[in-house]
Design a protein around this ligand. Sequence first.
Ligand SMILES: [Zn+2]
Ligand SMILES: [Zn+2]
Length: 422
Amino acid sequence: MSALQAPKGTYDMLPDAAERRDGIVRTAARVFAAHGYRRIVTPEFEDTALFERGVGEATDIVRKEMYTFADKGDRLLTLRPEGTAPVCRAYVEHGLHKLPQPVKLWYHAPMFRYEKPQSGRYREHYQLGVEALGSPEPTVDVEVIAVLAAIFAELGIADLRLAVNSMGDRACRPAYVALLRDYLRGREQELCGDCRERLELNPLRTFDCKVETCRAVLDEAPRIVDHLCDDCRDHFDRVLGLLASLDLQPEVDYRLVRGLDYYTRTTFEFSCDRLGAQSGVGGGGRYDGLVEQIGGPPTPGVGWGSGLERITLAMGDASPAPYRVDAYVACFDDAARDRAFLLAESVRRECPAAVELDLLGRSPKGQLKQASRLGAAAVVFVGLSELPADMVRVRLLGSGEELDVPADGAAAWLCERLERGL
Ligand SMILES: [Zn+2]
Ligand SMILES: [Zn+2]
């Protein structure tokens, strides 16, 4: 029988990678806290209908990429493919619209999409995200962007570009979409089959097309930023002005559109040149129609998502700090093994030190080698023949100093020395 492997498009995080990941999330959590965002955790699966309504039945995500199944009670459920719809669902379900607005939330969670695995893209991938619900102010758009920029800065990610666009709103977008459709119909012969379909269903989605001839046609297409109503224009100008004041150097990118009705006004994306073709490291936008779309009261909202795999790639190959322990308990006498174990456990209870001990019955030499491999600052010897049974010897590896201390006070003594830096 062949050995089993992790499913296609998933990955294991071994301890070095998991610790690096934890560090990224801790850094992000500090930035979130500084900006007043609080963590929310929603279920790994939801009713399929939430994503059909909250992501859009016409999207690739809903049509092709969801992990959907019926449970034993014949409920149609889907593993969460994205974070925004579940957060909006929770916002409505728990009446968060009655709290002082905006409600500012962040999440760190796995997302599931059945797509072709490629560099930094997985079928189960982890995402950081924020959603700020309840304020239409352009300052909130800029705040969420500033939060993401601050996380990247804290993580030392450089070479970033920030693209922004405005999608207009219900007042001005329909006229623009009609204008775009007319323009594309005039050049339909130059479009790929997909884009000819999109041109009827949702012409905005032609901006996503990677086909060269389509891109050439769209380069000359009318741009939505030239067709905004006064309110949308004012909103966009304030966003651009504030981003510039924060030195975030926004570049207006007319291709940055989201083809769903509930996206409004600001869209944005950070990309990192060192990542090559798939250079996006995080993006989002304003979705003033979404909460209403999933059955809540009309509620403005803006947010972003950023894949942790992409963040890790953008950070480059930082070699992880080696795993270290503070103290190692060595035992050179089989009869004293339980005492050694209990001493290690009492140090762990006494202070937040990392303590390891021999759990394999290694030779004395093997134990010392293991202690130095683990970078222990102190080794405690239990069961030395030259000492009375109620005494242990502590060797401080930095100075080479050795002291004999009573076994029952050893934990407190060691913790006190570790606290002082030995
Ligand atoms: Zn096309
Ligand atoms: Zn408008």
